[in-house]
Design a protein around this ligand. Structure first.
Ligand code: HEC
Length: 223
């Protein structure tokens, strides 16, 4: 009896020690992940954009640049690629002006509750098209049907026109109601949409490029 081997698996001190180590390790891992995430989602600066430093969430002045959406073979999905300078509503916006415009856009999107019908960065509803990459929707690009319909020459002017009078431009089966958006608010919202499209969302929403292909093959852009 005295020499009976006690298996480690039935030893209470072993399980106590293991629980303490696992909890300790998980705590440290979570703290590390929290700081890593905060670093990844912190908005970049205007200097980052000028120096070509890649940030998941670029500075507000990204509205002064062309944004492409390109397949990354390394990551297996599309990623926003910030290109050369591009005027936005006919001008280049200073860091302060761009930040103020984006702020107005964010406030307006909350005040008018876009999320009630649309999805933004994974939050919201799917009654209406996902807006996360709406800026990159080819239908808004030069010669696209949404742009053509509004009679405007640039994506930003076409979108701003649509947002102020959506019920004049029904394109899908459902119609977006007029929400009483002013010209300034519409500019802010378009800045908000352009900025959002430049955020690296790990390829989400996943079906975006499929809708682009449908559009290219002549189908409707059904989202
Ligand atoms: C009551 C529901 C509703 C609300 C609220 C709403 N929308 Fe819409 N929106 C729609 C519907 C439906 C469509 C599709 C209509 C169409 O294309 O004719 C649409 C289309 C759009 C489009 C074009 C989508 C594309 O393919 O690029 C944009 C951009 C847009 N909305 C922006 C906004 C913004 C910004 C807000 C908030 C200020 C907003 N919407 C609030 C219902 C809504």
């Amino acid at each position: 009896m005295a020499n009976k081997n006690v298996s480690v698996w039935t030893s209470i001190p072993f399980w106590r020690r293991s629980a303490a180590w696992v909890t300790g390790f998980a705590t440290i891992l979570l703290i590390w992940l929290t700081f890593d995430t905060l670093g990844q989602i912190t908005m970049g600066t205007d200097a980052d954009l000028k120096n070509g430093v890649d940030k998941r969430v670029p500075a507000a002045t990204v509205i002064n640049y062309k944004i492409d959406y390109k397949m990354s073979t390394k990551r297996g999905h599309e990623v926003p690629v910030i290109g050369g300078k591009q005027l936005f509503f006919g001008k280049e916006w200073s860091a302060k002006e761009a930040a103020d415009l984006l702020h107005l856009g964010k406030l307006t999107s909350q005040a008018k509750n876009c999320m009630n019908c649309h999805t933004l960065l994974g939050n919201g509803a799917y009654y209406a098209p996902d807006l996360t990459k709406a800026w990159l929707d080819p239908a808004w690009q030069n010669g696209g049907p949404l742009q053509g319909m509004t009679g405007k020459n640039t994506v930003e002017e076409a979108m701003a026109e649509f947002l102020q009078h959506p019920s004049q431009y029904p394109t899908h089966a459902r119609m977006m109601p007029n929400l009483g958006i002013t010209a300034d608010e519409a500019k802010g919202l378009v800045a908000f949409l352009k900025h959002m499209s430049s955020i690296d969302t790990n390829g989400f929403p996943r079906n975006f490029s499929k809708t682009v292909d449908q559009f290219k093959s002549g189908g409707t852009n059904a989202h």
